[in-house]
Design a protein around this ligand. Structure first.
Ligand SMILES: [Mg+2]
Length: 263
């Protein structure tokens, strides 16, 4: 038996582990099914800042995997929870899309114009334009608390790299010199501590699984959990050595896919 199978909980990344865009990664899904047979506690943690849990559940269903809302922790939901932990019913201006707005509202927050807001929440937006950036700029200049859903510079889409939330964080930084006061998504501890809290487990009882050394492995190490890098996404057999060198960080375990835990 693989030594990681003695752990009680698995914190599993979605993109590059379970699916690529709208296509499933069969060995990732098989791995999850086998972990469930062993009654492991599982939470899927993703830096996705455009999808709500509801939207993600539909995607999982298409992959042939039924998941509950409480098994999903995306940067959208994690950001809404984080702000609620600081301030209930906060007034928020966000650059984000409908999925982020849905989670912010579900957590009891109010979406307002930039000049009425207490929080600037930056999330990715595929319809970003001059008007939205003007509002975000003004919110940023006002000095209000600034929270970013995730620090992703680039997102690896099926047909090649596309801009991540970094396109807005970067533009605001270049215009104002300000960086986010809090970043919620991986490799930040904020989302990882929420995952542990939801699982009700300590870091030594969980494995953090992902496809990116600078995101998933770094996030696992940030909370002191063991890490498993799978080669079904951004990191591959071919670039593994280069990635380890580039980020100067070694995962505890490397496997071709999640299903290989059971070989
Ligand atoms: Mg990933």
């Amino acid at each position: 038996m693989h030594p990681l199978l003695s752990k009680k909980g698995f914190i599993i990344d979605i993109d590059g582990v379970i699916g690529r865009g709208e296509s499933p990664i069969e060995d990732g899904i098989l791995g999850v099914k086998k972990l469930r047979e062993m009654n492991k506690k599982i939470i899927f943690v993703s830096n996705n800042s455009t999808r709500s849990r509801r939207i993600m559940m539909e995607r999982f269903r298409k992959f042939g995997l039924d998941v509950n809302e409480d098994e999903l922790l995306m940067a959208t939901y994690a950001t809404a929870r984080f702000i609620a932990s600081e301030k209930k019913n906060a007034k928020i201006f966000t650059t984000g899309e409908a999925g982020l707005i849905e989670e912010l509202k579900l957590a009891g927050h109010e979406i307002v114009e930039y000049d009425k807001a207490e929080y600037l929440v930056v999330g990715s937006n595929r319809g970003v334009n001059f008007d939205l950036m003007t509002k975000a700029l003004r919110a940023c200049l006002s000095g209000m608390r600034y929270v970013a859903t995730n620090p992703d510079r680039i997102f690896p889409a099926e047909d090649g790299p596309v801009p991540g939330t970094g396109m807005i964080i970067g533009a605001l930084y270049w215009m104002t010199g300000r960086e986010p006061d809090v970043v919620v998504g991986k490799p930040s501890k904020v989302i990882m501590e929420q995952a542990l809290e939801i699982l009700n487990l300590d870091a030594e009882d969980v494995v953090v699984v992902g496809d990116q050394i600078d995101v998933d492995v770094k996030a696992g190490k940030a909370v002191g959990a063991e890490t498993l890098l799978v080669l079904t996404g951004v990191t591959t057999k071919e670039n593994l050595e280069k990635m380890v060198e580039r980020f100067n960080l070694k995962p505890d375990y490397v496997l071709d896919s999640l299903a290989k835990l059971f070989d």
